[in-house]
Design a protein around this ligand. Structure first.
Ligand SMILES: Nc1ncnc2c1ncn2[C@@H]1O[C@H](COP(=O)(O)OP(=O)(O)OP(=O)(O)O)[C@@H](O)[C@H]1O
Ligand SMILES: [Mg+2]
Length: 608
């Protein structure tokens, strides 16, 4: 229950609905008892069993609450019979029964009506919170997790919470109230029979909840398995080209087939047990009723301490108490299920963001002097990816990072933008450690082009104007022109408003890249961080991208990660990296003359 209780906090803003729910549930429980009790006088008229009472009874003359009620009903009906005849009395009682049942159901509906707003409000708030957390958590949190798992948490786990919350309210409010009121009615009729019923109820309840326990463990397994299969679908959709290109369909089908097979088995066992619950409980219910019939029948026939009509009324009340008793035992496993889901949800919500803004972090508005990287060391996992790395970028300068694949170039971009925190050393902007600058203002100073173009399934306009929703058309076109992208965008069927497909699937590699460059251009930040992927492009589009890069870094401070060395010939400083360390640095000409690693790299590239 621990996790479930925590999630309960999400219901707080909607407590007034909970109060209304409780209020109407009280009325519901009251009227449901009254409705069943109202059968008794009707049956008495039909059986014509009782001595008619013609004088209005009083509490004293009847000698007890129960007697008073039954005398009064007797008097009321007989008066009716006297005045208008038996059939009319019967009709009156029928109408009363209808009215009582109508009210019972009306209040039942109202109770549900108000709780719906609470349930759905909670659902929305939890989902929003998870999403907010997903956008807030550091990138490292997601590298090992499966996306489908998050999708399943934000959809089905939240749904489970919603249902179990409702079940919990029923368990703690509605059903106990119904039981209390019904019980009062039953005791009023015969305490002896009532005690008898209560010997039998827990036995059947115990059997039902035993089934419930097994249900719970199966449903956790089902939840985990469906998270797995969602991940597979997600992964397959985003890698269709590779799957088809490598003829790996069979393999993926098999792995998906295995997953749905497992889910199938779990769901079968779950459903079989669920289906067993209902006939089981009906059967047990009938057993209980029959035993009461036997015991109570003796009271009617032999002891004559009970009249037949009242006994039938008692039986209906017993039925009225069986359903809530069943529901309570079912609710207890629904809540256990909710607890498991709550745990999965809290796992996301309660994860502390380790890349946080300090309370006294400064809001850096402008960029004045430069960026310094001082003796940093960094490891994603165990192995150090950067070792004692130092570098300086003065304002207005362009620094290029080159080096073989895996040498740690993109890692520098990840650290400067604070997607990860360095473990040793410091990165400073204008002499201020970036850990003391708010993430928002730090990232506001930087325009970022990542190695793999990340685009959204949206229009060109919205992809480019990500940093500024209200960017004017001129501004967007201007950015596209600088990024060398306007030419192809203007030829798209709907121009700026053309949808570029999932992850920009309708565009070529170079076009995608130029769009992501345009996005950084539009942001117009003083620092540009470019992780270019020109190696993936043909000469023609490489030239286009190259010009785009040159255009955008003009008058800016930039860190350019280059694969094509021709791109960075004019850089103010070229830093050559090897396995997370700097092996040499200087201007293009200097490095060429030195005849070291850089020269080798250049020679290799001119060769192809
Ligand atoms: N998220 C991560 N978790 C663990 N290790 C990582 C992660 N990202 C990168 N690495 C490792 O860190 C090292 C440096 O990676 P990085 O991406 O910085 O290389 P790079 O110089 O940009 O290479 P390339 O030229 O191929 O883009 C690599 O050995 C890589 O395996
Ligand atoms: Mg890289």
């Amino acid at each position: 229950m621990k996790f479930f209780k925590k999630v309960m906090a999400f219901a707080k803003p909607y407590q007034h609905f909970a109060f209304l729910n409780i209020l109407f549930n009280i009325l519901y429980a009251l009227f449901s008892t009254l409705a069943f009790l109202s059968f008794i006088p009707m049956l008495q008229v039909l059986f014509q069993q009782q001595e008619p009472i013609f004088e209005k009874p009083s509490m004293e003359s009847s000698g007890g609450l129960k007697e008073y009620f039954s005398d009064y009903a007797n008097f009321f009906i007989n008066q009716r019979v006297e005045e208008k005849g038996q059939i009319s009395a019967l009709i009156t009682i029928c109408i009363m029964v209808i009215v009582l049942f109508f009210l019972k159901n009306l209040f039942g509906y109202l109770a549900k009506y108000f709780i719906a707003s609470l349930q759905n409000g909670m659902l929305r708030d939890i989902r929003y919170k998870i999403y907010e957390k997903i956008t807030e958590l550091p990138i490292s949190f997601f590298t090992e997790k499966r996306k489908g798992d998050f999708i399943s948490r934000i959809t089905s786990d939240v749904q489970v919470i919603q249902t179990s919350f409702l079940k919990m309210l029923e368990m703690f409010v509605k059903e106990p109230l119904t039981i209390i009121f019904t019980l009062a009615g039953m005791i009023l009729i015969s305490w002896k029979l009532t005690i008898f019923v209560f010997v039998f109820l827990p036995i059947s309840g115990g059997i039902i909840s035993a089934i419930g326990k097994k249900l719970k463990s199966d449903s956790t397994k089902a939840q985990e398995e469906s998270a797995h299969f969602l991940s597979l679908v997600e992964e397959t959709l985003s890698s269709l080209k590779i799957i088809k290109g490598f003829n790996a369909e069979e393999r993926f089908r098999k792995s998906f087939g295995d997953s749905v097979d497992r889910l199938n088995r779990i769901l079968n066992s779950l459903l079989h047990r669920q289906q067993l619950a209902s006939p089981m409980s009906e059967f047990l219910g009938v057993v209980v009723i029959t035993v009461i019939l036997w015991f109570g029948g003796r009271m009617v026939l032999i002891d004559e301490t009970l009249d037949a009509a009242t006994f039938i009324g008692f039986l209906t009340l017993t039925y009225n108490i069986l359903t809530p008793a069943k529901n309570i035992s079912k609710a207890s496993y629904s809540i256990r299920e909710g607890n498991a889901s709550a745990e999965r949800i809290l796992e996301i919500i309660e994860t502390e963001t380790n890349i946080r803004d300090e309370a006294d972090a400064i809001d850096k508005k402008s960029f004045e002097n430069g960026i310094t990287i001082e003796n940093i060391s960094f490891a994603y996992e165990e192995e150090k990816v950067l070792k004692n790395f130092s570098m300086q970028v003065k304002k207005g300068q362009s620094v290029a990072l080159v080096g073989q694949s895996g040498s740690g170039k993109s890692t520098i971009a990840n650290l400067v933008t604070r997607f990860y925190d360095v473990q040793e050393g410091a990165i400073k902007v204008d002499g201020e450690n970036i850990k003391n600058i708010t993430k928002k203002s730090l990232r506001n100073l930087m325009g970022l082009v990542t190695q793999d173009s990340i685009l959204f399934n949206d229009t060109v306009r919205n992809n480019v104007a990500l940093s500024d929703e209200n960017a004017s058309e001129e501004k967007i076109i201007e950015a596209l022109k600088i990024a060398n992208a306007w030419e192809f965008v203007s030829e798209l069927p709907q121009g700026l408003d053309t949808n570029i497909g999932d992850a920009g699937g309708k565009l070529s590699g170079g076009q995608k890249q130029r769009l992501s460059i345009a996005r950084a251009v539009l942001k117009d930040s003083p620092i540009m961080i470019l992780d270019e992927a020109t190696s993936a492009l043909d000469t023609e589009s490489e030239k286009l991208v190259q010009t785009a890069l040159e255009n955008m870094t003009k008058n800016k401070t930039s860190i350019v990660i280059a694969h094509r060395l021709s791109t960075i010939k004019n850089a103010d400083n070229i830093v050559v990296m090897h396995r997370g360390e700097i092996v040499e640095q200087g201007k293009h000409e200097e490095l060429l003359q030195k005849g070291g690693t850089y020269r080798k790299l250049v020679e290799m590239q001119s060769f192809d």
